[in-house]
Design a binder for this molecule. Structure first.
Ligand code: HEC
Length: 125
């Protein structure tokens, strides 16, 4: 074996190792999809977690309000909540939630009116 061949052979694992490390950092080797999704879900969970109140309100609203106001809250039998959120103050929304209005029943989210009203108001932005 010639000298340069021996050197090349000895260097090969080192070069492969370096390539692998660079590759791993550069994300050349596709990670299994599940892992990518897991990290995404985790970071979404964290941003949602820091705002736990509004995510609870969001769930309440989609459970209690979408039947009349539409799954996207943009109006069905009840009016578009994005529009109403612009027109009403938070206090007025709390009042509607407590006492109802017209065909809309009150007490749908008993005790959570403030939180839900805040969430509805946030739709206006
Ligand atoms: C049974 C059907 C129904 C459900 C359930 C319902 N609404 Fe309504 N909602 C209505 C109707 C009908 C109106 C229009 C009332 C009117 O102006 O006479 C309305 C009006 C409103 C208004 C506007 C009030 C105003 O003064 O213009 C808001 C805000 C509102 N609803 C929020 C909610 C929220 C939040 C929920 C879930 C907690 C909810 N609604 C659930 C039927 C419903």
């Amino acid at each position: 074996m010639k000298r340069w061949q021996a050197v090349a052979l000895a260097a090969l694992p080192v070069v492969l190792g370096i390539l692998f490390i660079i590759g791993a950092f550069a994300d050349w080797f596709p990670l299994p999809q599940g892992q990518h999704k897991a990290t995404n879900a985790q970071s979404e969970g964290q941003s949602g977690g820091s705002d736990g109140v509004s995510s609870e309100a969001k769930q309440l609203v989609s459970a209690q309000c979408s039947s009349c106001h539409g799954a996207d809250l943009k109006g069905a039998m009840g009016p578009n909540l994005y529009d109403r959120a612009k027109a009403l103050s938070k206090e007025q929304i709390v009042d509607v939630l407590k006492n109802g209005k017209g065909a809309m029943p009150g007490k749908l989210v008993s005790g959570k009116e403030e939180m839900v009203a805040e969430y509805i108001k946030s739709l206006a932005k």
